[in-house]
Design a protein around this ligand. Structure first.
Ligand code: KIV
Length: 261
């Protein structure tokens, strides 16, 4: 059954929401229907693009990946990230969001949001975009922040996060993603909001959880934050398989008679 925005709203307080990233049709198709939400995250800039942060990803890059995932995802709710620098002003945000939304056919867009971006979010929602806001640690601020810094560490930060979350709900976003934020404040935000929260590295009190698939399945080990649980040793398994294949070719063991015409 197709997961819709209403399905997600109804899950709040009843059942945890499951989410994972995907960047292509192959893995989008494997994950489809297994989780409620699939996100074409700009983390693809690192795990698939080989960059050291999410900033180099362009709107065209995102469109290419979002279209590929869209072709395979029929049942899970599909969200795409707006890349860094594509929503600095209201006009730019409306223009680029329209381009990505129309051409990719995703169900919703996700934007990293601080206080100054609230008018942009309001305008997008008023123009009919389904928007998830990303708060807490925002990877697009990596260079500005001088690294990945846990958020909500003191009372001032906690209060600011709560205020921001409430304002975003008032703007009409359908959900919040809360990244690398102290569990107590992520839980408090979740309790105070009517819309669902999805956490990553923000404890167990949010309405749902998301992981970057290449982290969760052990394919990307250049950076491994403590909140990632590895569900597969993907890299090791794949290395073993590619070695077997290479050895079989070198030793003329592949192809055999049954594998030949
Ligand atoms: O880009 C991404 O993968 C994200 C994660 C926090 C899920 O936004």
């Amino acid at each position: 059954m197709k997961v819709t925005l209403n399905t997600l709203k109804k899950l709040k307080g009843k059942e945890k929401i499951t989410a994972i990233t995907a960047y292509d049709a192959l893995f989008g198709g494997i994950f489809d229907g297994e989780v409620d939400i699939i996100l074409v995250g700009d983390s693809l800039s690192m795990s698939f693009g080989g960059n050291s942060d999410t900033l180099p990803l362009s709107l065209q890059d995102m469109l290419y990946h979002a279209k590929a995932v869209r072709r395979a995802v029929k049942s899970s709710f599909l969200i795409a990230d707006m890349p860094f620098g594509t929503y600095n002003t209201i006009d730019e945000a409306l223009h680029n969001a329209t381009f990505l939304y129309k051409k990719s056919g995703v169900d919703a867009l996700k934007l990293e949001v601080n206080e100054s971006k609230i008018p942009i979010i309001k305008e997008l929602v008023n123009n009919g975009f389904a928007i998830m806001s990303h708060i807490g640690l925002m990877p697009q601020f990596f260079r500005f922040d001088g690294g990945y810094k846990i958020k909500g560490k003191n009372n001032d930060e906690k209060q600011k996060l709560l205020d921001l979350a409430l304002k975003l709900q008032d703007c009409g976003v359908f959900s919040l993603l809360i990244e690398a934020t102290k569990s107590d404040i992520a839980t408090e935000i979740t309790k105070k909001l009517e819309i669902p929260t999805i956490g990553i590295g923000s404890g167990n009190g949010t309405d749902g959880q998301i992981l970057v698939w290449s982290d969760a399945f052990g394919f990307y080990d250049e950076f491994s934050p403590k909140f990632v649980r590895k569900y597969l040793n993907g890299k090791d398994l794949l290395k073993e398989a590619i070695n077997k294949y290479a050895n079989d070719v070198k030793s003329s063991n592949f192809p055999n008679k049954d594998e030949s015409y």
